[in-house]
Design a protein around this ligand. Structure first.
Ligand code: SAH
Ligand code: SF4
Ligand code: F3S
Length: 481
């Protein structure tokens, strides 16, 4: 089958940050009525990889598909529309996607009218897109992260055309409001406040796949959050690649602290946010977090490295001292705060000494949880062109050593919780033990306990009885209604 290329990705265009104002738009489609007729009785299946931005994108696509009468299915074989929503942040994220397509591509033979689509961050990279287009002739629709609001027209085109449709336009991106949403969780919700990223950390592909930083209008975010409160949601997580940059591109001078405060005042029982960039974290934000009990005392603050030289090469815009001062101020002003982080080991030419600085930072900060990664070169990023004389073996050794150091403070913080009681938002049956329920504390610690499934979606109090490195065991505190 031939391919019809409407737009092809282009990394230099993706990197451009034109200064013009963000364009605000709403959903429109030329083909809504005919498409609704064409998909009568259809099922859809979406498989999402990557970060919460991708999960929230899936929820928009679900909302759009259900808006034209399609029903969700967990069984790809039953589906008439299959969408694989991809991540490109590290090589192993990509490998998972190749595995998934390998598993489902045979369905094309059983269902000639199947729409098999690939979207998300992987297709935004020209070479990857080229490779998947060539390797998987079964896929008949490719669309980029900016194209989600056009899903109806894309589906229509893919269904009407004899050709494979490729529409991946590299551009700064718009903010499109009033998109439908079908949420994956009925008591915890993600709300985007800012899209894209302008930081261009030298190792990272995200600014190329997600476009420029563009904030949603203050009142649109408040409207979405108010709706969630009205529907009885228990937890909102405000989302952005860099939430603290919120508002910098808006004329009304509202910043992330103003946003947090306004959402907290709506009365949502739990408010979280992710991800924070240390460079944009102000004292005003810390003060707001400290002031409102319903803002969870848990901050994800990626450090990436403890070495000033590596931080400089990464383009992170802060140094070790700045980061440690920020942590100090947070810990002083926010009692009971838990801190989590992201760390990359094996950045190009990282010396043993530089790595030891990361270990010593980890020992000083005493994180309550952490995500650790071995550096993965991303084509098109500046770091991918840097000389790297560090062997794979050394990188793996450092990675394991880092985890050992992190586990000391993680275990320690868990142990200190034994005997104390914490509020828990119950997620439901535990993923690791079908006889237990599980949920997260304010500080984002995972607790398993035995209880009735009807507690799902409620906030209850548990006393911690046992601690493991990455989870805790608790019991319900009696006397709760
Ligand atoms: N916007 C967020 C999340 C970015 S991706 C932030 O700035 O923190 C999540 C994490 O993936 C990053 O924090 C970083 O630790 C890691 N990461 C990104 N690119 C990577 C790469 N090329 N190799 C290894 N880890 C990477
Ligand atoms: Fe990537 Fe850095 Fe932006 Fe985070 S802040 S998304 S690590 S470029
Ligand atoms: Fe992955 Fe794209 Fe998120 S690269 S981490 S899905 S922004």
């Amino acid at each position: 089958m031939k391919s019809k290329i409407i737009h092809a990705p282009d990394l230099s265009k993706a990197a451009s940050r034109r200064k013009e104002q963000t364009v605000f738009d709403i959903l429109k489609s030329e083909h809504l009525a005919s498409l609704t007729e064409m998909v009568k009785g259809w099922f859809y299946y979406i498989k999402t990889y990557g970060c919460q931005a991708n999960v929230r994108d899936e929820e928009t696509m679900r909302g759009m598909l259900e808006g034209i009468g399609c029903q969700p299915t967990e069984d790809a074989q039953k589906a008439d529309i299959i969408i694989v929503n991809t991540c490109a942040v590290r090589e192993n994220a990509e490998d998972k996607v190749y595995g998934e397509i390998g598993n489902i591509k045979y369905l094309r033979k059983t269902k000639p009218n199947l729409v098999l689509a690939l979207c998300g961050c992987m297709v935004e990279q020209p070479e990857i897109l080229d490779r998947v287009v060539k390797t998987f002739p079964e896929i008949n629709l490719f669309f980029g992260t900016h194209e989600i609001p056009n899903l109806y027209d894309l589906l229509f085109e893919a269904m009407m055309s004899r050709e494979r449709i490729i529409n991946v336009e590299s551009k700064p991106g718009e903010v499109v409001e009033e998109l439908p949403v079908s949420r994956l969780n009925r008591f915890k919700a993600f709300v985007n406040i800012i899209y894209g990223c302008d930081k261009f950390c030298t190792y990272c592909i995200v600014p190329y796949t997600r476009g420029k930083e563009r904030s949603r209008k203050f009142e649109e975010v408040i409207k979405e959050c108010q709706d969630l409160v009205n529907q009885g949601y228990q937890e909102i997580t405000l989302l952005g690649q860099n939430v603290n940059a919120y508002g910098k591109d808006l004329p009304d001078k509202k910043d992330f602290a103003d946003m947090l405060e306004a959402v907290a005042k709506l009365g949502i029982p739990r408010l979280r946010f992710t991800t924070s960039h240390p460079w944009d974290f102000s004292e005003k934000m810390i003060d707001v977090i400290a002031k409102y009990p319903n803002i969870m005392k848990s901050i994800h603050l990626p450090v990436q490295s403890g070495s000033d030289e590596i931080l400089r090469k990464m383009g992170r815009r802060y140094n070790r001292e700045h980061y440690l001062n920020l942590v100090k101020s947070m810990r002083e002003k926010i009692p009971g705060l838990t801190l989590s982080t992201d760390i990359i080991v094996g950045f190009p030419d990282e010396t043993e000494e530089q790595f030891l600085e990361t270990l010593s930072l980890v020992d000083v900060v005493k994180y309550e949880s952490a995500f650790t990664f071995i550096y993965s070169p991303r084509k098109g990023t500046p770091a991918a062109r840097m000389v790297d004389n560090v062997s794979k073996e050394i990188k793996t050794k450092r990675f394991l050593e880092l985890i050992k150091h992190l586990e000391v403070s993680i275990e320690d913080s868990s142990k200190k919780m034994i005997g104390h009681s914490y509020d828990l938002l119950v997620d439901g049956v535990s993923k690791t033990d079908a006889n237990m329920l599980s949920g997260y504390t304010d500080g984002n610690k995972l607790v398993h306990f035995s209880g009735d499934e009807s507690m799902t979606g409620k906030i209850i109090k548990v006393r911690i009885t046992e601690s493991h490195t990455y989870s805790l065991i608790g019991e319900i505190v009696n006397g709760q209604d």
